[in-house]
Ligand binder design. Structure first.
Ligand SMILES: C[S@@+](CC[C@H](N)C(=O)[O-])C[C@H]1O[C@@H](n2cnc3c(N)ncnc32)[C@H](O)[C@@H]1O
Length: 281
């Protein structure tokens, strides 16, 4: 981890509305733009991205920057992050979902919840802190995974595949196109003693000819829309598709894409404008 160069953005959020709401939306949008880690400050947030992932238009899709409800100013610097773990340890607290599942780092105490997932995220998305991961964990907890074959598309840290195996899934593929996430998922799979998960580096093109009982995809609206037909072609009859990574406002277009593939809408979860949907084949 040493000697990786990061770009750090200091955002100052002026609370014309509510600073905490502004910061929350800003972090969510930056996460989807590719920023990997966030440290809340007194008047905003500092967000980090690896220099090699950065480009000049990185903030183009961060819509809250154009919002009239918040005034957000920023400056950015290059930093050499040599002690990321220390920074991470200060900022990562365990999360507990529905009193059943804890997602924590190796240095946290062992919890008493039924499911205990240890993640060393090293900045891959998927610590359970994000609304979308939280809702997908809720779906996995409340649905039957016993003996199922499962695809975790856009696996990030591998957290969802790991929980799905703990819930009884027998064959799992965890796919991410980001090399960092691929390597991190491999480590986390081993750390949680999972034996049924194959981690694959790639995008929807690696799915040709594969079939699953359950597909979990927490990615983003555009990738989901683009790859929906491929996902559905991989779904067994009576299979289940869980989707997240988009907002309430995106539901009609996502639902239409699913219904065009003959899927039936079954359920919606919502947290802070983010949603997760369940569809049946
Ligand atoms: C929102 S994160 C979700 C991570 C984890 N599954 C979770 O629920 O916390 C989305 C992940 O999808 C990956 N991703 C984005 N586009 C992808 C694509 N076209 N194919 C595969 N993975 C993709 C990103 O690298 C990222 O790790």
């Amino acid at each position: 981890m040493s000697n990786i160069i990061y770009i750090g953005y200091d955002f100052k959020v002026t609370p014309l509305h509510s600073r905490s709401v502004g910061i929350e939306i800003l972090i969510a949008e930056l996460g989807y733009a590719g920023f990997e880690s966030f440290v809340e400050t007194e008047d905003g947030v500092t967000a980090y991205i690896q220099k090699e992932e950065w480009n000049e238009s990185i903030l183009n899709d961060v819509q809250i920057l154009n919002s009239e409800e918040f005034k957000i100013e920023y400056e950015f610097n290059e930093i050499e992050q040599t002690n990321w773990n220390e920074e991470w340890e200060k900022n990562f607290s365990p999360i507990v979902v529905d009193n059943l599942c804890t997602v924590r780092a190796p240095f946290h105490e062992k919890p008493t919840t039924k499911y205990d997932i240890i993640i060393e995220p090293k900045m891959s998305f998927g610590t359970g802190h994000h609304e979308t991961t939280h809702m997908m964990i809720q779906y996995i907890l409340s649905n039957d995974f016993t003996n199922k074959s499962v695809l975790d598309m856009g696996c990030g840290t591998g957290v969802l595949a790991i929980l799905a195996e703990k819930k009884g899934a027998k064959i799992l593929d965890a796919v991410d196109y980001d090399n960092w996430c691929y390597l991190n998922s491999l480590e986390n799979v081993e750390r949680n003693n999972c034996e049924n998960i194959t981690v694959i580096e790639g995008d929807a093109s690696v799915l040709a000819g594969k079939k699953y009982d359950i597909i979990i995809a927490n990615i983003n609206r555009n990738i989901l829309l683009n790859d929906m037909a491929t996902y559905v072609s991989c779904l067994n009859k009576n299979g289940v598709l869980f989707l997240s990574g988009f907002y309430n406002d995106d539901i009609p277009v996502i639902q239409e894409a699913c219904e065009n593939q003959m899927l039936k809408f079954a359920e919606k979860l919502e947290r802070n404008h983010w949603v997760a949907l369940k569809f049946l084949n």
